[in-house]
Design a protein around this ligand. Structure first.
Ligand SMILES: NCc1[nH]cc(CCC(=O)O)c1CC(=O)O
Length: 299
């Protein structure tokens, strides 16, 4: 029997491609019909100010959450790195697709050390800005928002010397040859993972979604999110974290930065699958070891 599902998504080209990936996976697993409903979030509406200034949490998810809770949609598709680690009451991540390339790619130069002295880097990500300034204190970072095409245009037109974009987003847009992957830059928590939210009490939809869940990715992302939650951080915090499966256990590598990159604390821990306590303990240790310039960013 086929069931028709209403899938809520943002309307950016990348968001729509990710929604189509989920629709195709559901169709393949169950033969369901999926109707894609695009919604505008406050992050989409307000383009000309730094995200951190728009204020309030959940700039990318609030409208999708509202529609889902109101029963106007049955599921929401999100880039997991944009989803606050605290979800509204009544909603919960039901499935996460297999993670794509989680690295950042540099657009505008082949390597960071190939950038000229004092080069201007456009990014709206506090993590990327802090990481770049940590490695190259001479670099200037300027706020650059907008979708992937807008940001690439800013490099092409010379408005900025370079920018960083997630490999996963570029690849999904078909831009597989754009930019140069930075192997040594620790990515954002949950980067490269697409997640699907559903109402906690909608067991029918949650069961359908269970079939397209990628367990390893889901477990790793939960660890990265537990780490951020324990810090009291959010997706605008200068935090990097990457969990990976390793011989049936999970290893987490993490780093916290001062906003201007002048300080950084890093650490790693290992844990059994399903036990995020070591990630929470690592968050506490890193915060207590961190200088005030880092500690003041977390409450
Ligand atoms: N904050 C925007 C955003 N959210 C998710 C991705 C990329 C896709 C992903 O990480 O799965 C991007 C673009 C970027 O950072 O380059």
């Amino acid at each position: 029997m086929t069931k028709s599902l209403r899938l809520g998504t943002r309307g950016s080209p990348l968001a729509v491609i990710q929604a189509e990936m989920v629709a195709a996976a559901l169709k393949k697993a169950h033969g369901c019909l999926v109707e894609i409903v695009t919604l505008k979030t406050s992050g989409d509406r307000i383009q000309n100010r730094p995200l951190a200034e728009i204020g309030g949490k959940a700039v990318w998810t609030k409208e999708l959450d509202r529609a889902l809770l109101a029963g106007e949609t049955d599921l929401s598709v999100h880039s997991m790195k944009d989803v606050e680690s605290e979800r509204p009451e009544g909603l919960g991540i039901a499935a996460i697709l297999e993670r794509a390339d989680r690295r950042d790619r540099l657009i505008g130069a082949e390597r960071l050390d190939a950038l000229r002295e004092g080069a201007i880097i456009g990014t709206s990500s506090p993590r990327r800005a802090a990481q770049l300034r940590h490695l190259r204190p001479d670099l200037k970072t300027v706020n650059l928002r907008g979708n992937v095409a807008t940001r690439m245009k800013a490099v092409d037109s010379g408005q900025v010397d370079a920018t960083l974009l997630a490999a996963a987003g570029l690849d999904r847009l078909g831009l597989v040859d754009v930019g140069h992957a930075l192997d040594d830059l620790l990515p954002a928590p949950a980067q490269g993972a697409v997640g699907i939210d559903a109402r906690e009490d909608d067991l029918k939809t949650r069961n359908l979604l269970a079939a397209i869940d990628h367990a390893e990715t889901h477990e790793d992302v939960l660890v990265e999110r537990a780490f951020v939650r324990a810090l009291g951080g959010d997706c605008h915090s200068p935090v990097a974290a990457a969990a990976r499966h390793d011989n049936g256990r999970i290893t987490l590598d993490a780093a916290l930065y001062a906003e201007d990159g002048s300080a950084c604390v890093t650490g790693s821990c290992h844990m059994a699958v399903g036990d995020a306590d070591p990630a929470i303990a690592l968050a506490e240790t890193l915060l207590s070891d961190a200088p005030p310039s880092i500690r003041e960013l977390f409450t």
